[in-house]
Design a protein around this ligand. Sequence first.
Ligand code: 13P
Length: 339
Amino acid sequence: MNKQNLKETIREIFSNGKGILAMDESNPTCNTRFATVGIPQTVEMRRKYRELIVTTPGLNKSIGGAILSNETIREETSDGEPMVNMLISAGIIPGIKVDMGAKTFAGFQSELVTEGLDGLRERLAEYKTMGARFAKWRAVITIGHGIPSGACIGANVHALARYAALCQEADIVPIVEPEVLMTGNHSLQRCYDVTEKVLKVLFYQLYRFRIDLEGMILKPNMVIAGKESGESNSVDEVARATVDCFLASVPAAVPAIAFLSGGQSPQEASVHLNAINKNFKDRLPWIVAFSFARAIQQPCLDAWKGQDSNVEKAQKLLHKRAKLSAAARMGKYSTSMEK
Ligand code: 13P
């Protein structure tokens, strides 16, 4: 492991107020999103959509890293240029999602465990030759009656730590993503308690597996009430709970936290990230940025509708959401910028 390489990659990704664009939806997830806007669910349409993203003018002003799927990292634009090269020449560092998805956790109904460790060392070596400098592994924690179980948290953080160790061995920065889902009717306090517990257990496991905390990025959920809870919290309450929870559980040695959007609307995700950075700036030992998928892509996908004639309009919307997310990263976003 070359610690300096890892640090340099992280520095470049977040330089000049930039953040990460997650465009690594698995084929089934991408197809589901296409279906909601009536786009045919084919390999070619997914390729066209990814081409639209990587050729968006000016994306590199707000995006320092883009997470690709195994499909996209091997694909080319219509001009025969590898998508990865498009990113690299724009100064956007390519990353790769390496987990194989969250699967039913045997013996534990309604809980999930992420798979994908088998052969990971070899896959990382191949992705590295293709230009990937960072990776992502997403663990999913569900809140519900009597869950998450200790076994589910334990199995997921164990896999995250083994994944992170293999990445660092290969000089690839691991994005460690323990996502506590927003789905459910739980309160903000319950999300706080579960997120805190997951993070504490995670960092103990990362310590045991000898992970260099300075050479990783944490990608967590914000602390927020469940979507079906009916609880409405102010922006300041969400920002405060999120900051308190992370100060209690994330070591200051971690250079950057890059939030997922998790089903918040693009504007909600921007407002919350902005409040965290603006109102609590003096308390944050880490860069607090974004690694959004839906909160950056959704308006773009809705506008594109799979039509070539909509590409320019869709790219402008993608560019705008990336720019507003970067403004929120610096605590310089305001809702008036939405117009
Ligand atoms: P969302 O921002 O849509 O939650 O996706 C982030 C991500 O990459 C999930 O792994």
